[in-house]
Design a protein around this ligand. Sequence first.
Ligand code: NDP
Ligand code: MG
Ligand code: MG
Length: 341
Amino acid sequence: TTPIYYDDDADVSTLDDETVAVLGYGSQGHAHALNLHESDVDVVVGLREDSSSRSAAEADGLTVETPAEAVSQASYISVLVPDTVQASVYENAIEPNLEAGDTLQFAHGLNIHYNQITPPEDVDVTMVAPKSPGHLVRRNYENDEGTPGLLAIYQDTTGDAEERALAYAKAIGCTRAGVIETTFQEEVESDLFGEQAVLCGGVTALVKHGYEALVDAGYSPEIAYFECLNELKLIVDLMYEGGNMEMWNSVSDTAEYGGLTRGDRIVDDSVRENMDEVLEEVQNGEFAREWILENQAGRPTYSQLRQAEQNHEIEDVGARLRELFAWADEDEDEETEDESV
Ligand code: NDP
Ligand code: MG
Ligand code: MG
C-alpha cells in the first residue's frame, strides 16, 4: 500500500542549518513562506525587482531578494512561480546559482516530467504538493489544522532528499493531515487528467449542457441555473463527506432511482472513450506540447475560449442571482444583529 506520512515521521529541525528560498509569493508561495517562517525555518522569498507581490511579502515580515540572490543564499529552493514561467526562471535565476547538494523542489511536476527543466545530477529534486489552494494551506496552518499533500522524490543525490522533503512538508502543515508518497509522473498525469476530464473541464461541460437542455426546452434560465449549477455544491458536499453513498442516502428515493437509471445514459461509454483519449494525450506529452506552444504564441486559443466561457448566458444569469442571494444573506445578518442587541 502507498505510504502516508504524519507529523511523527518528520522532523523540522532537519532544516535547522538551511535557508529555504521560496520563489514566488502567490497562492502557494505566500502560504509556504509564512508557514515555514512560523515553523522557525529560515526563509528568503525570491521575487523580481518590480514584482507586485514584493510589498505583501515585506509587510508580512519576510526577507525578499531577487530570485537569483535568493537561490544563491539558499540550499533548499522551492519553486512556486506559475508553471508556465518556471522554465525561464530556472534558466535565468536558478540554474546559475545552484550548488551541489541543494534541493530543488516543486509543488507540481509538470516542468520536470515533460523535460522543460533538466536539473544537474548533483542536486536533489523533490515535490511537496499540498492538495489545496494556497489560502487554505495558510488558513489551516493558522488554525492548527493540516492540509493533505503529496510527496515525491525525482532525484536523490544527498541520500537525505526524503527526510528533508518531509521536514518541509511538516513545516507547512501537511504532515498534520497526511502526506501520500507518489512519483512525478503519477502526480502530473493524474492531476492533468483529473482537472481536464472531471473537475474543471468535465463538470463545467456537464453543467452547461444541462442548463442549455432545460432553457432550450422552454424552462426559465433562473430555474435552470439553480438546478444545474447552484445545487451542484450541495451534492458535492455530501460526496466529499461520505462518498457517493452518502449522497444517494441523502437525496430522495425518487432522485436516487432516477439518477441510478439515467446517469450512465448521460455519461455513457462514449464519454469514457473520450476520457481515455484525453488521458492518452496527457501520457504521450501531446497536451504538454500544445500548452507550451500556446504560451509561446501568446495564448490565442486560451484567450478566445475564456471569452466564450465569459459570454455564456449562464454567467449573466448566475451573477444576477448571486447578487439576490447576497441581499438575502445581508438581511438575515441584520435580523440576527437586531435580535442580539
Ligand atoms: P501563482 O500564479 O499564484 O504565482 C504568482 C507568483 O509568482 C507571484 O508572486 C508572482 O510575482 C510570481 N511570478 C510570476 N511570474 C514570475 C517570474 N517570471 N519571475 C518571478 N516571479 C514570478 O502560482 P501558484 O501558487 O498558483 O502556483 C505555484 C506552483 O504551485 C505551481 O507549480 C502550481 O502548479 C502549484 N500548485 C498550485 C496550487 C494552487 O492552488 N494554486 C495547488 C497545488 C500546486 P509577480 O508579481 O512578480 O508576477
Ligand atoms: Mg489537481
Ligand atoms: Mg493542476
